[in-house]
Design a protein around this ligand. Structure first.
Ligand code: H2B
Length: 140
């Protein structure tokens, strides 16, 4: 259940220089969890190659798109991403359309926007070995 919490700035707290993929997602039920501002998101998006920042109905999200070699390789990709999400307790929206077009969207549903969790998850997904599943990257 998302709540309309006020975005928080303080992007310097996010840009600590630590590799996002080595961080851990925090429970989204944390009371002090707030959606970050677009300014903070614009700084952090530079740390997650291949991901784009989108604004859908006023909601900031991370988006990654690719083509996979086959429908079953798309499902394999979902499994690998799903295992990371389960380990982090933070989950992406996964789409497999037209048999080989994969889109992954990440946002924090509990706050209706982006938190550092989303960037941590994206960074961990970037560490996965997916080349054998991918046909080519498609732009958004
Ligand atoms: C209690 C637990 O932290 C929440 O249910 C988690 C599960 N995974 C989640 N994933 C995402 N993307 N957003 C959430 O708000 C969220 N909440």
């Amino acid at each position: 259940m998302s709540t309309s919490r006020k975005p928080v700035s303080g992007f310097r707290t996010f840009c600590t220089g630590q590799d996002l993929s080595t961080k851990k997602c925090v429970p989204c039920s944390a009371k002090d969890l707030r959606p970050m501002t677009e300014e903070s998101a614009n700084h952090l998006i530079q740390k997650v190659d291949g991901w784009n920042l989108i604004n859908e109905d006023g909601k900031l999200k991370l988006k990654y798109s690719c083509k996979v070699k086959s429908f079953t390789k798309g499902l394999e990709l979902f499994k690998l991403v799903g295992d990371v999400a389960e380990a982090e307790g933070h989950h992406p929206d996964l789409h497999l359309v037209g048999w080989n077009n994969v889109t992954i969207e990440i946002w924090t549903h509990a706050v209706g926007g982006l938190t550092e969790n989303d960037f941590i998850l994206a960074a961990k997904i970037n560490k996965l070995e997916l080349h054998h599943l991918l046909r080519r990257k498609i732009s958004d």
